[in-house]
Design a binder for this molecule. Structure first.
Ligand SMILES: Cc1cc2nc3c(=O)[nH]c(=O)nc-3n(C[C@H](O)[C@H](O)[C@H](O)COP(=O)(O)OP(=O)(O)OC[C@H]3O[C@@H](n4cnc5c(N)ncnc54)[C@H](O)[C@@H]3O)c2cc1C
Length: 485
């Protein structure tokens, strides 16, 4: 089978590129290793739309951060992705740190950060954020700082790309890449062997592997783990802005950040590790998150934590994103080492890269491209009238499956039926929030498994949490139809 472009990796970057390429007449396929898209860094990050003050000037990080930041209002309109412009504050806790704040301010100006960017004094800081710690003395205010739902962004990119003709294959790990004599690429994957005119390398933590297979310009990625706590929604209003501390050489430091869904993140740590799959949380890492965040919020309520998680940054050895076609590998396009601010940068990387690919492959515009994608209607956000109308149109809206997040059966079924729909329990969670609330899926999992089994036409015993061997049920204790014994 011959393709124009094959994209390796279904994170926010790969799915963003897929959507942008669907603006052209081209045969495009995305191959994702795991059972679902959005299973790498794109699902486990702080979800900040960064203003762009932190990246070193004249780097790709600085350029794409600022360009990407400016694209989120349009993405919200076209793809129905939740965002909030809640500002970012970089708080200092020592008067001696004033020069460091000043440096960030100048860096932000040089990088071309949009909107308000200024240092605020303690009085204004406390007026804005009365719960900030007692030693806080001033802050950099970043008006263009915001928050986004990273899953919904990635899934929206993928759904819209699929609506516009991109093919998605999951459980399709790419294992080899070869240049053919005719100049095309052969892509060997768990879903088959394919020929393509161009390859996009968006394999996240493994993007160095593919770059190094085809180019002499080597890149090495060492994962940098970040561990977090998530706090219950009742703490959403403790802080309005994303509350950063001064960055360190390991990254942007530990922060307290509200999410668009109303929970609060505390973290992340930054620890270089060797195993690209080691997504554990550790007692030491979590304790560090708490200790450092304790300067920003002195009374973090331990009983408010609902869960913990970690994410692995794709930290490359060049200090910057590695993007585009290497000189020695024509028609191989890198989105390599896209660590933070990669979520913010993803729309701009996708826009720039797809234009470059289209020019080099001489792709014509797709006259049928439709940029609009609507999200799954959220019962929890409807008023009483809307709820009544939704239930009248589809009685499954009247059946609440996840009580913590008020997610209905209608939403869960739609999450499975959509293009690039959910195939497992975690996929339902990312598309609807069922299981993301206070009880952490304790109550809704059995019904979610039943619905997945019905919709996918598989036995409940085959339903998984996240694909592979992660089955949730071992055997039926009773024969079917006799289980009320
Ligand atoms: C702790 C942490 C905090 C962060 N906070 C922020 C933030 O607040 N704001 C911000 O802008 N950015 C942030 N980032 C960065 C951002 O999350 C990433 O830059 C972005 O998600 C990268 O997306 P990606 O698509 O390149 O990678 P990924 O999301 O990792 O996707 C890569 C995909 O490739 C697949 N894959 C790998 N190998 C293969 C193969 N052989 N075949 C097929 N598929 C393969 C993987 O399964 C995965 O799905 C943070 C990152 C971390 C880890």
């Amino acid at each position: 089978m011959m393709y124009d472009v094959i994209i390796i990796g279904g994170g926010v970057v790969g799915c963003g590129v897929a959507r942008e390429l669907s603006r052209y007449k081209a045969k495009v396929m995305l191959l994702e290793k795991t059972n679902d898209i959005c299973n790498g860094q794109s699902k486990a990050n702080t979800a900040i739309i960064h203003g762009g003050y932190d990246a070193k000037p004249n780097t790709l990080k600085a350029k794409f951060n600022v360009l990407g930041n400016a694209m989120f209002d349009k993405l919200h309109e076209e793809l129905d992705v939740p965002i909030q412009w809640n500002t970012s504050l970089v708080v200092s806790f020592n008067k001696d740190d004033h020069p460091a704040l000043e440096k960030l301010l100048q860096q932000g100006i040089q990088n071309g950060c949009r909107g308000e960017l200024r240092i605020i004094d303690e009085k204004e800081l406390r007026e804005r954020e009365p719960n900030v710690g007692s030693t806080a003395c001033e802050a950099l205010l970043v008006g263009s700082g915001g928050i986004v739902c990273p899953y919904e962004l990635t899934i929206a990119f993928a759904e819209n790309a699929a609506m516009n003709g991109v093919e998605f294959r999951r459980n399709a790990e790419v294992t080899d890449l070869k240049r053919l004599e005719n100049g095309n690429w052969q892509v060997v994957s768990a879903a088959g062997t394919f020929e393509t005119r161009a390859v996009v390398n968006a394999a996240g933590a493994y993007s160095d592997v593919f770059n190094n297979m085809v180019s002499e310009r080597k890149v090495h990625i060492r994962p940098r783990r970040g561990e977090y706590y998530i706090l219950d929604k009742k703490y959403r209003d403790v802080f309005h802005a994303a509350m950063f501390q001064l960055p360190t050489k390991m990254g942007k430091g530990i922060l307290i950040a509200p999410t668009v869904d109303g929970t609060v993140l505390v973290g992340p740590t930054a620890e270089d590790i060797d195993d690209k799959e080691d997504k554990r949380t550790t007692a030491e890492g979590l304790a560090k998150s708490l200790r450092e965040a304790g300067r920003t919020w002195e009374h973090i309520p331990m009983r408010g934590f609902i869960t913990t998680f970690s994410g692995l940054r794709s930290t490359g050895d060049t200090g910057d994103f590695v993007l585009g076609e290497p000189d020695d590998a024509p028609h191989f396009f890198n989105c390599c080492a896209v660590e933070s601010p990669g979520l913010t940068s993803s729309p701009a990387i996708a826009d720039w890269l797809s234009k470059d690919i289209a020019a080099k492959l001489e792709l014509a515009p797709n006259p049928d491209f439709n940029p609009i994608r609507k999200g799954i209607p959220k019962f929890r956000e409807m008023n009483d009238e809307e709820r009544a109308a939704a239930i009248a149109a589809n009685p499954d809206f009247g059946k609440v499956v996840c009580r913590c997040e008020t997610v209905t059966e209608a939403e869960i079924r739609e999450a499975i039926r959509r293009p690039v729909g959910a195939l497992d329990v975690d996929g339902i969670k990312r598309r609807t929030r069922a299981g993301m609330g206070r009880c952490q899926a304790g109550f809704c999992t059995p019904r979610t498994v039943e619905i997945l089994s019905e919709e996918l036409g598989i036995s409940p015993l085959e339903v998984t949490k996240f694909g592979g061997t992660s089955k949730l049920l071992k055997e039926f204790l009773f024969e079917e139809g006799k289980n009320d014994a």
